[in-house]
Design a protein around this ligand. Structure first.
Ligand SMILES: NC(=O)c1ccc[n+]([C@@H]2O[C@H](COP(=O)([O-])OP(=O)(O)OC[C@H]3O[C@@H](n4cnc5c(N)ncnc54)[C@H](OP(=O)(O)O)[C@@H]3O)[C@@H](O)[C@H]2O)c1
Length: 323
């Protein structure tokens, strides 16, 4: 297949492109920077410059590429400065998930492309009651925290628009496995606390496994929503100390809810104490996917531990982390 990857230069895109090429697909990959375009060429893709928030440019790029399939992996999550206002932090990504998705779907419709796979997110999104691990059929949270409503609505928009058009939305776990993973710095600096009892769940996914599931989803008929997460959704009180250890950081601090609310806001408290994780049973069953890193327990150590065990407790410069 000829596959058009929007956001090919990012954390997941740069894992996805080589896996698509290995599988025999021809890849056209987007980036807005010349330097990243050269990297995409080295990975085996034909680079194309594209701002997903410019619908006319999206239309042109897709019609020119004449793809058989489109993958939407464009987000603006790297180097985030987390503030108390979650929606402000995620504003650019929210636009890519709404306007960007709509522009790509419109172009796909015009170009007659009926295979469409897009990046969505799994953790925290389902109703904060009942089971701690939810499936794709479980209802979404009807009342997300006020400062996260736009972000939750943007993810819902993406899921609904993509599946309505016959495509597949992949609800990935929190990514890990790269030198610039979002959790590394806050956990190293002990800025990511266990809030209250630390009972809120998170689902993780290694970037290589996320890419592998994406290749399988492209070869699968839609519509559908799949959780692409590892086998072990877990509460913060379990995974955070393991991540801190793998990074050679001190143990995480513990904040009572009132203090966390004051410092980090309601969204952090709700996610840290009430968030739900996600089950990967459907992706395994229907996509035939099996994660090579079934649990963050071993995955964090493999991703972040330096080669020599004696070095394990020392913080490592980003350049020495496995990518
Ligand atoms: N998954 C999550 O929910 C989450 C949450 C918080 C933090 N993080 C962390 O964030 C990091 C990765 O974030 P990421 O994947 O968003 O960043 P990334 O690795 O920089 O990838 C973003 C991709 O989207 C593209 N893109 C951004 N704006 C675009 C636009 N207007 N038009 C077209 N393409 C656009 C980028 O392309 P160009 O810039 O080349 O154009 C790039 O290919 C990871 O370290 C992860 O741990 C993830």
């Amino acid at each position: 297949m000829r596959v058009f990857v929007a956001g090919a230069s990012g954390a997941i895109g740069t894992r996805l492109v080589p896996q698509l090429v290995d599988r025999g697909h021809e890849v056209i990959g987007s980036s807005r920077s010349a330097e990243k375009a050269e990297h995409l060429r080295a990975l085996g893709a034909k680079p194309v410059a594209l701002d997903l928030l410019d619908p006319a440019a999206v239309r042109r790029a897709v019609l020119e590429a004449e793809p058989d399939a489109i993958v939407h992996q464009a987000t603006a999550l790297a180097d985030l400065n987390f503030s108390r206002n979650f929606d402000r932090t995620f504003a650019d990504t929210n636009r890519l998930r709404t306007e960007g998705t709509d522009a790509l779907l419109a172009a796909a419709g015009e170009a007659g492309v009926d295979r469409f796979v897009a990046q969505s997110f799994a953790s925290y999104r389902t109703a904060r009651e009942g089971a701690w691990v939810k499936t794709e059929d479980d209802p979404l949270d009807p009342s997300p925290p006020a400062k996260a409503r736009e972000s939750f609505a943007a993810m819902r928009h993406l899921d609904e628009a993509v599946t309505k058009a016959g495509g597949i939305a992949l609800r990935y776990g929190a990514f890990y496995g790269a030198a610039n993973d979002g959790l590394i710095e806050p956990v190293r600096k002990r800025q990511y606390p266990i809030v209250g009892d630390g009972g809120g769940f998170v689902s993780f996914i290694h970037l290589d496994d996320a890419a592998a599931a994406t290749v399988l989803a492209l070869e699968h008929d839609g519509p559908g929503i799949f959780n692409v997460v590892d086998d072990e959704p877990a509460p913060v009180r379990e995974w955070l100390p393991v991540l801190a250890e793998a990074l050679g950081a001190g143990p995480p601090r513990r904040f009572p809810r009132w203090l966390a609310r004051l410092v980090a806001g309601d969204v952090a408290v709700v996610m840290g104490t009430e968030g739900r994780g996600a089950s990967n049973a459907k992706a395994k069953r229907e996509l035939g996917w099996e994660p090579r890193h079934p649990s963050w327990r071993d995955g964090f150590a493999a991703a972040y531990a330096p080669a020599a065990p004696a070095e394990r407790r020392k913080p490592q410069p980003a350049s020495q982390l496995s990518r």
